[in-house]
Design a protein around this ligand. Structure first.
Ligand SMILES: Nc1ncnc2c1ncn2[C@@H]1O[C@H](COP(=O)(O)OP(=O)(O)OP(=O)(O)O)[C@@H](O)[C@H]1O
Ligand SMILES: [Mg+2]
Length: 250
């Protein structure tokens, strides 16, 4: 469903992605792990079409990314290939209440306001935030803000969802509740998902397959159980948090 082949991306002379290859079968979750600054967010944004200057191939349902980005929204909806992005920090507008934040994408699609209300209320109910419509983001905990970010993505009924560090900054208990919500969302809506994270617990709980991004490439690409069996030296070092091993600790 999502294929990434030989993707390279640099900013001026700073190469961030060297040769990234992996694919995500339809309806599954692929987690990308990697240390700080390894390029996880850059990779996700590249797949979302935010960095057009990459080389290599990215395709969504066999449609090259550039072609996909040029499709009208009606066409994307008709072909059932819409993509939503859940930002690392929730990406909420501080001055808008929860309802308006969640409604943002639907209104941009010029949906009828009655439909907007119906979809926003359903998405907020799904993430467990019914009754918080009038609150401002600053009145919510970090975990609730992440839930609002997810509701905003979900109310667009995406077939592809890209999560950037959905549990960053959350304590382990809240992080686990977000993992549960991601799994439940996947099971209910069956979208194809990529989730970038440094949180081993969220990857363990949610992902079907795991890639480890290091030095601009995916150095490990394994099924979840195999990754956590630590047979691969990169996987072992990352899981154990060891400063010795193939991953340099700088
Ligand atoms: N718009 C940009 N212009 C130039 N360089 C950038 C840009 N965005 C990211 N970078 C660089 O790309 C590298 C990878 O950054 P990225 O944010 O993708 O890391 P990350 O793996 O998401 O890290 P973290 O785990 O801290 O979120 C960094 O060296 C960063 O400085
Ligand atoms: Mg990041």
């Amino acid at each position: 469903m999502i294929t990434v082949e030989h993707v390279q991306l640099a900013f001026n002379n700073h190469v961030v992605l060297q040769n990234v290859c992996f694919s995500v079968p339809r309806g599954s979750i692929y987690a990308i792990l990697g240390k700080n600054g390894s390029g996880k967010t850059v990779l996700l944004k590249t797949i979302a079409g935010l960095f057009a200057h990459f080389t290599g191939t990215i395709a969504l349902a066999n449609i090259p990314l550039q072609e996909y980005l040029n499709l009208a929204i009606e066409e994307k909806i008709k072909r059932n290939i819409t993509m939503a992005y859940v930002f690392q920090k929730g990406g909420l507008f501080d001055s808008m209440n929860v309802f308006d934040n969640v409604a943002f994408g639907l209104r941009r699609r010029k949906e009828d306001e009655a439909i907007v209300t119906e979809k926003v209320m359903a998405a907020l109910e799904w993430v467990g935030l019914s009754g918080s419509e009038q609150k401002l983001p600053s009145q919510l905990s970090g975990g609730m803000q992440k839930r609002v970010g997810l509701a905003r993505a979900l109310c667009l009924s995406p077939s592809i969802i890209l999560y950037d560090d959905p549990t960053a900054g959350l304590d382990p208990v809240l992080a686990d509740s977000i993992s549960d919500l991601i799994v439940a969302t996947q099971e209910k809506f069956k979208m194809t998902s990529i989730l970038v994270t440094q949180d081993l617990a969220v990857a363990r709980k949610t992902a079907h397959r795991i890639g480890l991004l290091h030095d601009g490439t995916i150095v490990v690409d394994m099924e979840n159980d195999e990754f956590f069996s630590k047979t691969n030296p990169y996987a072992k070092q990352f899981i154990d948090g060891d400063s010795e091993g193939p991953i340099d600790s700088m």
